[in-house]
Design a protein. Structure first.
Length: 325
């Protein structure tokens, strides 16, 4: 469960958040969230639709004001971060590039000029698999190709901290694997990464640690292979009995269960499998527990919320374009 955190920012942390709160009218989207992200760490923020992930990210990017609590990003209060601070961030928003009339290469080169130490434009285009499309106008790209362009624009400035809000939505499986390789390369270079994703396999592949938020509250935080109750991680042995009925048994020692079954049956059990609960299984259990514990009054308050001006950003902005809500 949630570890004990110091009151102030952790020394050396890239991101520190304490008791972070955000309200939109009467809706409390964030109800006091605290975590640290170490430098060089890949940290995934997981949670169902409306949990507060994008609100958290947008506050940390300096785009949204918080309603309460403390936040520090690369040693700066994101609410006060200036152009130099923004140039140290890479941002891949949830909604992608606009259908512009410029080519992929022109757009990446344009963004590169905002940063003091940009990456090589053609290397970035190649890393996201768009070399064949470098001279194509953005409006002629497919949805997945536009998403790759978003990633290129997010990394061209050689960011110290990269925000990835659902980066692989719309990617085909091959593109997703290529994207994972790209992210692993950035991680090897020491980039700190804050990722939100609904793909639990993506979180398991890329993250050092994950935090699960549900209804604006941090439900759990820890290493990918350590979150959730110990009981949720116990392996399951499944097989079919002699009548073909499905049977299962949870055990910390599944090998012993299999050995016992073989001894009892005198043969290999039918359809035998040993399953270790995946991050997805554990995540679903955590979120279900939160749903069960929810106060019905809260749901009533949520339906009466007021919209904050501007809503979700519809395009990404460069390091020099102030974009506070
Ligand atoms: N501009 C806004 N005005 C009013 N309510 C908002 C606004 N932005 C977000 N909300 C509400 O705040 C809550 C948290 O939204 P947020 O976008 O942070 O969730 P999320 O975890 O990113 O969801 P998703 O996975 O669907 O992207 C939701 O109930 C949402 O409807």
């Amino acid at each position: 469960m949630t570890s004990q955190l110091p009151d102030g920012p952790a020394a050396g942390a890239a991101v520190s958040v304490r008791d972070l709160r955000k309200s939109y009218g009467s809706l409390e989207a964030l109800r006091g969230v605290s975590f640290d992200i170490e430098r060089g760490e890949t940290f995934a923020l997981l949670g169902p639709n409306g949990a507060g992930k994008s609100s958290t990210i947008e506050i940390l990017e300096g785009y949204r004001d918080r309603s309460g609590g403390f936040a520090s990003v690369l040693g700066v209060d994101p609410h006060r971060g200036g152009v130099e601070w923004k140039a140290r961030l890479g941002i891949v928003l949830q909604s992608g590039a606009e259908a512009a009339d410029v080519t992929v290469r022109e757009q990446v080169a344009h963004f590169a000029r905002f940063y003091p130490r940009p990456r090589d434009v053609d290397e970035v285009i190649s890393a996201v698999g768009l070399t064949d499309k470098a001279k194509t106008r953005i409006r002629n790209l497919s949805g997945g190709q536009r998403r790759r362009l978003d990633v290129a624009l997010g990394v061209v400035g050689r960011p110290e901290l990269l925000f990835l809000d659902e980066p692989t939505t719309g990617f085909d499986p091959e593109a997703r694997h290529e994207f994972w390789d790209l992210i692993r390369g950035l991680k090897r270079e020491g980039t700190t990464i804050l990722l939100t994703t609904h793909y639990l396999d993506e979180a398991a592949q890329l993250s050092d640690r994950v935090a699960v938020i549900a209804r604006g509250t941090l439900v759990d935080i820890g290493a990918v292979d350590a979150i959730g109750d110990a009981s949720a991680r116990v392996p399951i042995v499944r097989w079919r009995d002699s009548a073909g009925r499905p049977r299962s048994e949870r055990s910390e020692t599944p090998g012993a269960v299999v050995a016992r079954l073989i001894a009892e049956l005198g043969t290999e059990p039918r359809n035998l499998e040993v399953i270790r609960p995946s991050l997805e299984d554990i995540y679903l259990e955590l979120v279900r527990e939160t749903d069960t514990a929810i106060d019905p009054m809260t749901s009533a308050a949520e339906s009466g919320s007021a919209a904050e001006g501007g809503g979700r950003r519809s395009s990404r902005h460069s390091a020099t374009e102030g974009d506070r809500a």
